[in-house]
Design a protein around this ligand. Structure first.
Ligand SMILES: Nc1nc2c(ncn2[C@@H]2O[C@H](COP(=O)(O)OP(=O)(O)OP(=O)(O)O)[C@@H](O)[C@H]2O)c(=O)[nH]1
Ligand SMILES: [Mg+2]
Length: 310
C-alpha cells in the first residue's frame, strides 16, 4: 500500500463486563497490557494498546465493562467507558455471542446512537461513527443459535459489519482488525512502532498482582481488592525490588488473602512475580502487604490515588 494510504486511528472497545474486551486487546497487541479474569468488572480504567503494521497503526482503548454501578468506583469506571466513545474513529462493540442480547445491550446501543465522526473521504462531512460488532466467545455459541443471535445483535446495533471471534484462541481476530482498519482515516502513525501501551510498568505490575487475586478469590473479595505499588527500586542492575500494598475493605478479607500461615499471599506473590519478570525481562523481588481500608470504593480520593480514575 502506498504511504499516502497509511491509516491511523483510535478505536474504543466497548461492552458489558466479562465479554472478553481485555482478552481481545491483549491478542491484538501481542502482549498482556490489560488484565483478564472470569469475574465481571475486572478492568477499572482505560487502557490503550497499540498495534502497528506497514499499512496502519491502531490505538485501541480497552474500557471498563458498562454496568449499573453501586459504588463510586463503579461510577468512575462506567464514566470512563462512556467518555471513550468520543474522539474515536471506530467503535467496536464486543459481546458474548453465545447469549441473546438483553436490555443491557439495548441500553448501550442507545448510548452509541447519534455519535458522529468525520467522513474518511470527505473530512468536512460528519457521518455516523462506524460500529463494528465483535461477536466473541464463538467457541461457546451453539450451531442452532448462530443466526438468531447474530441477527439480533445486528438489529440492535444497526450495523451489519460483524465478526464472530474466539479471543482466547485468537480466532478471526485478524479478520476483525481488517474490518476495523478499512474504516479508519488516512494519516501517519502517531506512536513509535515499538510502543504498545500507555500504561506504566508500575501500574501493570500492580494490576498483575490484582489479576492473580481476582482469579483465586470469590464473591465480594475480588471487587474489594485494590493494589498499589509503593516502592520500585532499580538500584541493582539485574534485580528490581517492588513493594506493593493490597487494600481490602474488611478484616475478614485480609485474613482470606493472607491465608493459613501466609500460604495464600505467598502463592499470589509467586504467580505475579513470574509475570512481572516476563514483562520486564529481569529478576524481580516482590514484597506484598495487605491493609484494610474500609469502604475505599466509596472514597473518591482513594480511587484517584490508586489511579483507577482519570
Ligand atoms: N470461552 C471463551 N472465553 C473467553 C473468550 N474471550 C474471553 N473469554 C473469557 O472471558 C472472561 C472475561 O474476559 P475479559 O477479557 O476479562 O473480559 P472483559 O470484557 O475485559 O471484562 P471487564 O474488564 O470486566 O469488562 C475471561 O475468563 C476470559 O478468559 C472467548 O472467546 N471464549
Ligand atoms: Mg476488561
Amino acid at each position: 500500500m502506498a504511504s499516502d494510504k497509511h491509516r491511523f486511528g483510535y478505536v474504543a472497545l466497548i461492552g458489558k463486563p466479562n465479554v472478553g474486551k481485555s482478552t481481545l486487546l491483549n491478542r491484538i497487541v501481542g502482549q498482556k497490557v490489560s488484565i483478564v479474569s472470569n469475574k465481571p468488572q475486572t478492568t477499572r480504567r482505560r487502557v490503550v494498546g497499540i498495534t502497528t503494521t506497514e499499512d496502519y497503526q491502531i490505538a485501541f482503548i480497552d474500557t471498563p465493562g458498562i454496568h449499573e454501578p453501586h459504588t463510586k468506583l463503579g461510577r468512575s469506571m462506567v464514566e470512563q467507558a462512556r467518555k471513550s466513545l468520543h474522539d474515536v474513529d471506530v467503535i467496536v462493540y464486543v459481546a458474548d455471542s453465545s447469549g441473546h442480547p438483553n436490555d443491557a445491550d439495548k441500553d448501550i446501543a442507545k448510548l452509541l446512537d447519534g455519535l458522529q465522526t468525520h467522513d474518511i473521504e470527505d473530512p468536512e462531512k460528519l457521518v455516523p461513527i462506524p460500529i463494528v460488532l465483535c461477536l466473541n466467545k464463538m467457541d461457546q455459541l451453539k450451531a442452532d443459535a448462530v443466526q438468531r443471535n447474530v441477527d439480533a445483535f445486528i438489529k440492535i446495533f444497526k450495523t451489519d459489519v460483524y465478526m464472530l471471534t474466539t479471543a482466547t484462541k485468537g480466532l478471526n481476530v485478524d479478520k476483525l482488525i481488517e474490518l476495523i482498519a478499512a474504516r479508519l482515516p488516512y494519516g501517519p502513525a502517531s506512536f513509535d512502532e515499538d510502543e504498545y501501551t500507555d500504561q506504566s510498568s508500575r501500574f501493570i505490575a500492580a494490576e498483575f498482582v490484582r489479576e492473580k487475586i481476582l482469579i483465586a478469590t470469590r464473591q465480594e473479595v475480588p471487587h474489594a481488592v485494590a493494589v498499589q505499588v509503593e516502592e520500585w527500586d532499580e538500584d541493582n542492575a539485574d534485580l528490581i525490588r517492588i513493594s506493593a500494598t493490597i487494600f481490602v475493605e474488611k478484616t475478614s478479607q485480609r485474613a482470606i488473602l493472607i491465608g493459613k500461615q501466609g500460604q495464600f499471599i505467598k502463592k499470589i506473590g509467586t504467580e505475579a512475580r513470574t509475570e512481572i519478570e516476563a514483562l520486564l525481562g529481569t529478576r524481580i523481588y516482590l514484597e506484598l502487604n495487605v491493609k484494610v481500608r474500609e469502604d475505599w470504593r466509596m472514597n473518591p480520593r482513594m480511587i484517584q490515588e490508586l489511579e483507577y480514575s482519570e
